[in-house]
Design a protein around this ligand. Sequence first.
Ligand code: S3P
Length: 428
Amino acid sequence: MKRKKISSLKGELHIPGDKSISHRSVMFGSIAEGTTVIKNFLPGADCLSTIDCFKKMGVEIKQENSDVTVYGKGLDHLTEPKELLDVGNSGTTIRLMLGILAGRPFHSITAGDESIAKRPMKRVTDPLRKMGAKIDGRSGGEYTPLAVRGGHLTGIDFQSPIASAQIKSAILLAGIQANGTTTVTEPHKSRDHTERMLSMFGVKLEEDKTSVSIVGGQTLKGTDVFVPGDISSAAFFLAAASLVPNSEVVLKNVGLNPTRTGILDALRKMGAHLKIDRKDHGSAEPYGDLTVKNTTLKATEISGDLIPRLIDEIPIIALLATQAEGTTVIKDAAELKVKETNRIDTVASELTKLGARIEPTEDGMKIHGKTPLLGGVSVSSHHDHRIGMMLGIAALICEKPIDISHPEAVKVSYPTFFDHIDKLAEKA
Ligand code: S3P
């Protein structure tokens, strides 16, 4: 796909629903008793994989674009799947679903695409085995396909070595089905959508700084869920409007959960022109409108407990940093190596092709700005949606057009991404 420079971006966008919240709404609705009505669901490939997996376990789910109804009948009504549970490209689907499967008294096999086959699963399968689940897979349960025979679980007190909402959520979902109390403690707090949504479904949890505990045997009750726009998707347009001259863009109803707003903190540190209008009225997940204008940026450091609050935004932050005055240092982010691609390598290789000066490091990267991006070359998403979108925004400021291969990867989290760029470019 050829993409080229534009003179400015103007207008308003409704960013599609949050991916993390969309997954959870379908999963929790599927194990709840009673109907769950979901509005502004993200109809991206990853969340459609979640719907497909739960349908294969006998749950009736109706989906029409971003309206979804899940007819839950409770955990005990999930049935043994006759087919492979195919999670496609979705790490969230497989890891969270493993927590549910761990307690179900049946056999299942889960697998996904080539990227999923390379992603580490022991971080989830090891603690779930400790709780009593039988799970096997390549390299001792590290890689897909994974075979699960769930059953009787016992609560654990788990100290996670990594701040990861996928690990935390998998263990809590097993914990609901376990005897006694399950506690997860993280080195830094990861996104807390599971905790917030379990409360909406009537489950009691106890939270203390970076720990969360759940008592087993609780029942989820179906409910209505409004999914705010995904701040990780909004991030691409926050960056685009900051970088492209004479731009002003309004992003409506974007999720503002504090465990996800690290990108707003990073943008502020870089000197971005950003206005936030909170619009929710005490809903479980806060949201609001974001207005962003083009401005000059300065380098910053991104590290420590900021990392889990913006982990998915690092590819687009790297692009911003190429246009910021000074050297931006990103560290404590070794988790980037085990995302949909090794995002330290893919970000550095693709941005370097465009003319950026980036030094990959063991746990992040150093980006030297301000460096003009010349473009005029072919780059690749490497089948990673966030790399594809970062390159789609990079094209807007490259001197010469660029050719992006595998642009369809964006469908995983933002099927209308390129249409949205074109819409804002037209208004300009
Ligand atoms: C997610 C958690 C994060 C994030 C992923 C979605 C979630 O992964 O990168 O895109 O919905 O729980 P980790 O928990 O592995 O950090």
